[in-house]
Design a protein around this ligand. Structure first.
Ligand code: 3PG
Ligand code: MG
Length: 378
């Protein structure tokens, strides 16, 4: 908590935030970039306001994108700095942390340079707390440190899902990369009453059940684990029962069709079908707690957005407590104007999944070992 810091009046405080925000180029690719979605910047305001209100001199540090350890104009923080200056005048912003290889490499010399001249450190970068990067795990070993308001809220909301969730507790996991999510699916199955798997990753599960999946996304290395998960979980796992596919005809046109669980050889599954969407929405409607991460289809393409939108509407309309994480799921809610109707919108994708999987994150561990931490040494 910020209150764990020694008095900050007149002190220099370094705040690590996750301002890894989407950019856009309103005047074309040669013009200046602006921030396309400032959710993550606004989310840090309670911390920045508190610190400046206490009379601290505040400097923010963030990464943007994945530059390769050297200056890269594509990931210049100028648009973020402009937006921050509007929201929090007087707060400084350092250069993109990932312009230095020491950030990803967790180089102690980089940590020394980073904290030089600062009196305190605040971590409010929930979305990066699953990375053992220098700016996340280094400063708490050197400076009095604390979790910011956003980090505390995130850990409270997501951690609450693991402690006493109101039941039935439903998790909905989608997205493309099945291998990234097998660990979290396994641990979610220890807690949830029901698990819906949709999106590109569902096809590896369908293949594990012996269905044909045509040209849909498929990860051969995950099939055995998917099969084992399905065997253990039985009917607690809900998979799509119909699929929206794209077929390319001989004259090169796209044909969009709905098929059952078997995708024809020459077709690619790109969304859940209407029967699945209704079944998933019904499961959401009866749940008291819902966690959602990952879209049900390639919703950037309106032809394959219906499944994700149906789920977003069901979650926004449910009476239970809902937590949504991951940039794509949050973007889908935003496109429908529904983000305000969800219990908690997480600023973290990977971080929220890893917190649910492991119950802890490297950034949180580091804060607990800070010299001023109330739990230090325990
Ligand atoms: C995110 O956007 O998920 C976080 O900022 C972490 O970024 P990373 O996946 O590039 O580490
Ligand atoms: Mg990410």
């Amino acid at each position: 908590m910020l209150e764990d810091l020694p008095h900050v009046r007149g002190r220099r405080v370094l705040v690590r935030t996750d301002f890894n925000v989407p950019l856009r180029w309103p005047d074309g690719p040669t013009g200046a970039a602006t921030v396309a979605d400032d959710f993550r910047i606004r989310a840090a305001m309670p911390t920045l306001d508190w610190l400046t209100g206490q009379g601290a001199a505040v400097t923010v540090a963030t990464h943007l994108g994945r530059p390769q350890g050297e200056h890269d104009p594509l990931y210049d923080l100028a648009p973020v700095r402009d937006r921050l200056a509007e929201l929090a005048p007087g707060v400084e912003l350092l250069d993109n942390l990932r312009f230095d290889p020491g950030e990803k490499g967790n180089d102690p010399a980089f940590v020394d340079r980073l904290v030089d001249g600062f009196d305190c450190y605040v971590n409010d970068a929930f979305g990066v707390c699953h990375r053992s990067h220098a700016s996340i795990v280094g400063p708490p070993a050197r400076l009095p440190s604390a979790a910011g308001r956003l980090l505390a809220r995130e850990v409270g909301a997501l951690g609450g899902l693991l402690v006493h969730p109101a039941r039935p507790f439903l998790a909905v996991v989608g997205g493309a990369k099945v291998t990234d999510k097998l660990g979290v699916l396994r641990s979610l199955l220890e807690t949830v009453d029901r698990l819906i798997v949709g999106g590109g990753m569902a096809f590896t599960f369908l293949a594990a059940q012996g269905h044909s999946i045509g040209a849909s996304l498929f990860d051969a290395s995950a099939v055995a684990t998917c099969r084992a998960l399905l065997d253990e979980a039985g009917d607690r796992v809900l998979l799509p029962s119909d699929v929206v596919v794209r077929r390319t005809t001989a004259d090169g046109d796209d044909r969009i069709e709905v098929v059952g669980t078997d995708v024809p050889e020459d077709a690619t599954g790109l969304d859940i079908g209407p029967v699945s969407a209704r079944a998933f929405a019904a499961a959401v409607a009866t749940a008291e707690t819902v966690f959602w991460n990952g879209p049900m289809g390639v919703f950037e393409d309106p032809r394959f957005a219906a499944g994700t939108y149906a789920l977003a509407k069901a979650i926004a309309g449910s009476c239970g407590f809902s937590v949504v994480g991951g940039g794509d799921s949050v973007a889908a809610l935003d496109q429908l104007g529904l983000a305000g109707r969800v219990g908690f919108v997480s600023t973290g994708g990977g971080a929220s999944l890893e917190l649910l999987e492991h119950g802890d994150l490297p950034g949180l561990v580091a804060l607990r070992h800070a010299p001023n931490a109330p739990t230090a040494g325990r």
